[in-house]
Structures are given as structure tokens and as C-alpha cells.
Unconditional design. Structure first.
Length: 212
């Protein structure tokens, strides 16, 4: 990061921050993004990453980007951390969540752009003076329901998808094998209870932008 913020000056807080970053890096190898999900053994994690479209090397690069993002948020304003989420796939970064001001959103986006390896930043962060989604429990329920549907559909490679929900809007991210698979995923999202809107940022496996 090139940001010269004052950072976390309490040594104990720095240790906690590093722990969060390490956990997120490990989790990013297991899933596409965010700081959620179980941290599994190194062998299982590597095996999971290897079968993703991005491969093990791509997963490692994305994990580093993810960790740098999380570190930047903590050092800029740790109060924002619970209200933001990011997904990283092949150097593409999707930012979601809620912040209080345009300046905060601008700084979060700026930090993402300057990370080595980032090829694209998709900004879906909302600005609201409350600084919270106000629908966290319902949003989490929606994401869990949709991820479960994808996981148990044999015609969908769920490992290649990321799902984030903010204020009943579902954001889809990742790589689809073909249009038929993507259509299935979008339909699942649209037909999940309480979903008001679906925003698709998934690329097809054959999309030339993956090699740009």
C-alpha cells in the first residue's frame, strides 16, 4: 500500500490486525472473497484452490490482494471493516458494503486501485450517513440460502462464484463455465426470498477480458 495513514498504533491492535489478515488470506484460498468462511488445513485449501478456474497460482495472488485490502481498511478506519466486503478473482476486485461519506468510499476505491496485481476495481459501495446496511441479518440469510442452492446443484461449479448481499441486493462475481450455467445462477438469485435486485459481475470462462 502507498497510503501513509497513521495506522493502528497500539501494538496489541497490530497483532490482532495481522491475525485477521492471515485468516482472510487463508480463507481467500478456500473461497473467492470476503473475510468469512472456515480456515481449513493447508493441503485441503491448496486442493480447493487448484480446481478453481483461476488455479492455485491465481488464488495465491488473489489472496495477497485480499489481505492487502483488509489491512488498508483496518489502518484507514477500522470502524469501517464490519460494513465492507470484497471479492477478488484473477485480479478483479468487487467492493460492496456501506460507508458514511463519499470521501470514505473514494479512499477505499483508491486503495484497491494501487495494489499490485489489481486489474479492475468494481465499486458497488453505497454511501449512507448511518454507515450501516440496516439489513445485516436478512442479507446474511439471503447469501447463505443462495450459496447453498449453488453448492447442491451439480450443473453449477459453485467454487467459482462469490455471493455478497447488501440491502437485499445480491452481487454475483466470479467465472461461469458457459451462459447456461450463469443463467441458472442468476435465476437462483432472483428466486431467493427477499431479494429485490441482482447485479451480475460474473465473466464467462471464454471472456477475453480474463486474459487482458
Amino acid at each position: 500500500m502507498t497510503s501513509q495513514s497513521s495506522g493502528i498504533r497500539n501494538p496489541k491492535a497490530r497483532v490482532r490486525a495481522r491475525g485477521v489478515i492471515a485468516a482472510c488470506a487463508a480463507a481467500a484460498l478456500f473461497a473467492l472473497g470476503g473475510c468469512a468462511g472456515a480456515v481449513v488445513g493447508a493441503g485441503a485449501t491448496a486442493g480447493t484452490a487448484a480446481v478453481q478456474e483461476r488455479g492455485l497460482d491465481g488464488a495465491i495472488v488473489d489472496a495477497r490482494i485480499q489481505a492487502t485490502l483488509n489491512n488498508g481498511w483496518l489502518e484507514y478506519d477500522k470502524s469501517l471493516f464490519p460494513h465492507l466486503a470484497s471479492s477478488v478473482y484473477e485480479g478483479r476486485v468487487l467492493l460492496t458494503g456501506v460507508v458514511k461519506t463519499e470521501d470514505q468510499r473514494g479512499e477505499i476505491v483508491r486503495q484497491a486501485h494501487v495494489i499490485r496485481g489489481v486489474r479492475e476495481v468494481i465499486n458497488e459501495i453505497l454511501v449512507d450517513p448511518s454507515g450501516t446496511t440496516g439489513t445485516f441479518a436478512r442479507d446474511s440469510w439471503i447469501s447463505t440460502q443462495l450459496r447453498t442452492k449453488l453448492l447442491f446443484d451439480r450443473d453449477v461449479l459453485a467454487i467459482n462464484y462469490s455471493v455478497e448481499t447488501v440491502r437485499h441486493t445480491v452481487y454475483l462475481f466470479g467465472i461461469a463455465q458457459d451462459k447456461q450455467e450463469l443463467d441458472r445462477v442468476i435465476n437462483y438469485a432472483r428466486n431467493t426470498e427477499y431479494v429485490s435486485r441482482v447485479v451480475n459481475h460474473v465473466l464467462l470462462k471464454t471472456d477475453p477480458r480474463r486474459r487482458a
